[in-house]
Write a protein that binds this ligand. Structure first.
Ligand code: CP
Length: 362
């Protein structure tokens, strides 16, 4: 049952595989699906900027015969007059059959799902997760984007750049913990390493190697996932300036890579990929963005197969979690700005528990 997509783990491996098979069929014959979501309305609530995610969701629902409403940035909505996330979602759920939401605060999509009568799709919650990007990444590596080398296990995968703030990285690592049997090379500076919460599951069935440079591992890689240093997540701009430009993929480094390497990037990219790499046949990031349309069409079909309004009561949904007397202290957590949200946590190890919204230690 696909009620919401907040985290990659909201679907089982077999459900993801069904979705990828549907995506392959839609890619081969999109016209067959042109009325599949006729009469459905998708709302795209983008509190933060987007090109790929927003437009591909909008194009996806239109290509499926549905329609789209939404806002781009808070200035054009009543959020600018102080309307809460809860009220916004409750209202929009009256007008739409599903809501795609992007917000700068970690845990915002989960918070929205507590109050929405229609499915919520997380299109990026701060530096936390971006599961539909991960869906696109796996669709690219495991199916039509990767020539003959289509698989999601037995791979050597380099992940380079801002592993601390990159929400696509966090979702990708969660996803690969469902597969196992891969070796990951984390290529980043010590201060931008991935938080433990996103690798604890991955460690159980994959190998992890920490690298200081791209050169150390590029010759071994089947996949190189480049990421941008996430300027918008740095409180200290001087620190951002120190971190940018350290890892740049160029032709010289690529000369040491395998012929069938697949280079991915969630985009937008800055200086971390030299423009000359775009012409290398191993660069698949534009194909990756294109495929995002077809796999989002598949996701919407699955979401609407489950159609029917749900009674959403925060208390009922939150019942799957543990009430906490402590409030999350992460300054980027949605609970910092939306004060009505219940204090709920996920159990951890021993005394440790994690915020149900942003997964920071409580
Ligand atoms: N990959 C991605 O999320 O791109 P946008 O920010 O343009 O949506």
């Amino acid at each position: 049952m696909l009620n919401n997509l907040i985290d990659f783990n909201d679907l089982s491996l077999s459900e993801w595989e069904n979705l990828f098979s549907l995506g392959v069929d839609i890619y081969a014959n999109p016209a067959k699906y042109s009325e599949r979501c006729k009469g459905k309305i998708l709302a795209t609530l983008f509190y933060e900027p987007s090109t790929r995610t927003k437009f591909s969701f909008q194009a996806a629902i239109i290509k499926l015969g549905g329609n789209v409403i939404g806002f781009d940035g808070i200035a054009s909505s009543s959020v600018s007059k102080g309307e809460s996330l809860r009220d916004t979602v409750k209202i929009v759920a009256n007008y739409a059959d599903a809501i795609v939401i992007r917000n700068a605060n970690e845990g915002a999509a989960f918070a929205a799902s507590l109050y929405s009568e229609v499915p919520i799709i997380n299109a990026g919650d701060g530096g936390h997760f971006h599961p539909t990007q991960t869906m696109t990444d796996l669709f690219t590596i495991g199916t039509i984007g990767n020539g003959e080398n289509k698989k999601l296990t037995g791979l050597d995968i380099g992940i380079c750049g801002d592993l601390l703030n990159g929400r696509t990285v966090h979702s990708l690592l969660r996803a690969f913990s469902l597969y196992g049997g891969n070796t990951f090379y984390f290529i980043s500076t010590p201060s931008l390493q991935v938080p433990e919460i996103f690798v604890s599951d991955l460690r159980k069935n994959n190998a992890i190697i920490i690298c200081g440079t791209i050169e150390e591992c590029i010759g071994k890689l089947d996949v190189l996932y480049m990421t941008r240093i996430q300027r918008e997540r740095f409180a200290d701009k001087a620190e951002y300036e120190k971190q940018r430009g350290i890892y740049i993929l160029d032709k010289e480094k690529l000369s040491k890579a395998k012929d069938d390497l697949i280079i991915l990037h969630p985009l937008p990219k800055n200086e971390e990929i030299s423009p000359e790499v775009d012409d290398d046949e191993r660069a698949k990031y534009f194909k990756q963005a294109e495929l995002g349309l077809y796999i989002r069409m598949a996701l919407l079909i699955k979401i609407f197969e489950n159609a029917g309004r749900k009674e959403k009561e925060a208390e009922k949904i939150a019942a799957g979690f543990i009430n906490s007397v402590k409030r999350c202290a992460n300054p980027k957590c949605i609970t910092q700005t939306e004060k009505y949200l219940p204090n709920i946590v996920k159990p951890g190890f021993g005394e440790v528990s994690y915020c149900a919204y942003c997964e920071h230690k409580i």
